[in-house]
Design a protein around this ligand. Structure first.
Ligand code: GN1
Ligand code: MG
Length: 365
């Protein structure tokens, strides 16, 4: 596949960033898109991103969602007395007024204002930080509660369809194109043993126990910008997967990534453990902002959201490892296998304190 650097200059020109002194450097730790920070002299700083063609098959539709969502958020934030230029992303248009640019290789680029004075954390160093991210995603839910969900494109079909994710893993195991299955037998067995679990949230949706809402679907701690001075969460980013979905998945994906003290790709599993205290910290913060909008069934199923998002992410990492690391960017061999294994360890830990998690939820109902 061609590298983003090969068409970066075309994109810089399309967004009118190519004046003398402009610099563009790789930025951030996202696994999917190619992100650059552009310093464009007196015009200021911008984020320029090449949208992954492997992950997103209809990038124009995706950008239609992002434009509509960010404009809606900006209006809501202003209405509530906030600063929309800092509290949500602002799409920067191309010289021709478009929301994105297609390069000579057919790949789509888009740009946002860079939100100055913010930081993005890779681990929840302190409970306060994790709570701040919980407030941010809870507020995101609250801000979008009346957004017409049926007007959103489904940017990745079946994104959190855990049953289908498991089926895709089975297909990859059967095909085993790189002969990697033999080193992952235990990991595969761990996931297959939880086949029934993969249906819990989907069954609740099918019987009408859980409603579809506008959800973010990728609520990692590093998808929130924090104010450098106050430490408070400021702006939810990475809006590519904003779609109709389940709120327990937004809750759960945050727990998956943040309710522990290790990196997602930590190779030493003895360092990876689920922190039930951080689970509670996040629950309280998230519900403080989003609580009124949610139903009792949703809150009751939060532990399931946490377990299923973690299991599903492990399934996705392992599937990608077996298929040759085509989806999640890696910086070293075996990284996707390590990522899959941390997720299994966290699932096992959650199961170890399952009753405690459910009792905790009872206090918030
Ligand atoms: C990807 O783009 P990024 O790095 O924020 C992925 C998420 C995974 C996450 C795992 C579109 O998120 O679904 O949970 O990696 N995004 C997409 O770290 O697949
Ligand atoms: Mg991201």
């Amino acid at each position: 596949m061609i590298q983003a650097e090969q068409t970066l200059n075309e994109a810089l020109a399309a967004f009118d960033f190519s004046g003398p002194g402009t610099q563009a450097v790789r930025f951030g730790e996202g696994h999917i898109n190619d992100t650059f920070l552009v310093s464009a002299g007196r015009s200021g700083r911008f984020i320029l991103q090449r949208v992954s063609p492997v992950a997103f098959h209809a990038p124009e539709q995706l950008m239609e969602n992002v434009v509509n969502i960010t404009e809606y958020l900006a209006r809501e934030i202003s209405r509530q007395g906030g600063d929309p230029r800092r509290e949500t992303l602002t799409v920067v248009h191309t010289r021709d007024g478009g929301a994105c640019f297609t390069d000579s290789a057919g790949t789509v680029w888009r740009s946002f204002l860079y939100v100055e004075g913010t930081v993005c954390h890779q681990t929840a160093g302190t409970p306060e930080l994790f709570a701040a991210s919980g407030r941010a995603f809870g507020r995101f839910q609250q801000l979008l509660r009346d957004y017409p969900a049926d007007t959103l494109h489904e940017t990745i079909p079946r994104f959190h369809d855990t049953e289908n994710r498991l089926q895709l893993l089975k297909n990859a195991v059967a095909a085993d194109p790189l002969g990697r299955v033999r080193e992952c037998r235990e990991d595969i067995a761990f996931m297959l043993a939880r086949e029934r679990d993969c249906s819990v949230a989907l069954d609740a949706l099918r019987v009408g126990e859980l409603p579809l809402r506008v959800t973010h679907n990728d609520t990692k701690l590093n998808n929130v910008l924090m104010d450098e001075d106050t430490g408070e969460a400021l702006c939810v980013i990475d809006l590519d997967t904003v779609m109709p979905g389940l709120v327990i998945n937004d809750f759960g994906d945050s727990i998956r990534f943040g309710a522990n003290h290790s990196a997602e790709d930590e190779p030493d599993l003895s360092k990876v453990s689920f922190d039930a205290g951080l689970f509670e910290t996040y629950t309280a913060a998230f519900l403080k902002e989003a609580g009124e909008a949610l139903t009792g069934a949703e809150i009751r199923l939060f532990p399931w959201g946490a377990k299923l998002m973690t299991l599903e992410c492990g399934i996705r990492f392992l599937t990608d490892y077996l298929e040759g690391d085509r989806y999640f960017r890696i910086s070293r061999p075996g990284q996707n296998l390590d990522r899959a294994r941390t997720q299994c360890k966290l699932v096992a830990d959650m199961e170890g304190c399952w009753d405690q998690l459910n009792e905790m939820m009872a206090r918030y109902l």
